[in-house]
Design a protein around this ligand. Structure first.
Ligand code: GTP
Ligand code: MG
Length: 224
């Protein structure tokens, strides 16, 4: 599970399961507390049009849940550009306060794709980082004020000056690094598995866990 009151950022290459994890979390947040859920709803901000209600259905059925009920408690919102993405997040507070929706998870998948394409020109980086900083603050404020969990996905790039070790770094620079409460680095493991590693979390041990994506959703893999 991920923690309420902060932002969990998952970064990793294509196919590393960032989106699948988002789908699984959108279901899990609805479970009762004794089953690791938060008895709450999910707002799913989709920027790459990769959110799949049918997949939510499949995962729910695999877990023995009422798929239609699960789907009713996920509000999908498609963001068309970075400004729209920011606006969608700013509107979430109304859903909580005015409409009294018990929102316990906000997903933004992917956080950076619009920011990357909307500010791709030379000299636009400072502008981008300023807007991104505002966006992250809006998300963090929601997380803290309403004790909900925020899950954002991020892309990676290869760091050209790495000679030893894994050259993969998350994009978004310090703005993301500083505002994410927990960072998860997802990568492809052996035999189709995926590996999640907790990066730089002061209150958590450096740890890794392996999982697989199946029809029924995400399942832990016992350590070898
Ligand atoms: P990008 O968004 O392209 O950067 O990748 P991602 O990290 O979001 O990967 P995603 O979560 O979309 O996919 C991860 C893996 O999950 C894929 O490589 C597939 O093996 C698996 N997967 C994706 N969709 C399904 C599905 O509907 N059913 C099952 N069983 N597996 C799936
Ligand atoms: Mg994805």
């Amino acid at each position: 599970g991920i923690e309420a009151g902060g932002i969990t950022e998952a970064y990793g290459e294509f196919g590393s399961s960032k989106t699948q994890l988002a789908h699984q979390l959108a279901v899990n947040v609805q479970l009762p507390k004794e089953k690791g859920g938060a008895d709450g709803m999910c707002i799913y901000v989709d920027t790459e049009q990769t959110a799949r209600p049918e997949r939510i259905k499949q995962i729910s059925e695999g877990m023995g849940l009422d798929a239609n009920k699960i789907l009713e408690n996920i509000k999908f919102a498609r963001a068309f550009n970075s400004d729209h993405q920011m606006l969608l997040v700013q509107k979430i507070e109304d859903l909580i306060v005015k409409e009294k929706l018990p929102i316990k998870l906000v997903v933004v998948d992917s956080l950076m794709s619009h920011f990357r394409s909307d500010f791709s020109g030379r000299g636009q980086l400072a502008d981008r980082q300023q807007k991104l900083n505002k966006h992250m603050h809006d998300l963090l404020k929601l997380a803290v004020k309403y004790n909900l969990a925020v899950y954002v996905t991020n892309q990676v790039m290869a760091k050209p000056d790495t000679f030893f070790g894994d050259p993969t770094v998350a994009i978004g620079g310090h703005v993301l690094a500083h505002n994410s409460t927990v960072r998860l680095y997802l990568r492809k493991g052996k035999k189709g598995s995926r590996v999640a590693r907790v990066i730089d979390a002061p209150h958590l041990p450096d740890s890794e866990c392996a999982f697989i994506v199946t029809e029924k959703g995400i399942t832990d893999l016992a350590p070898e």
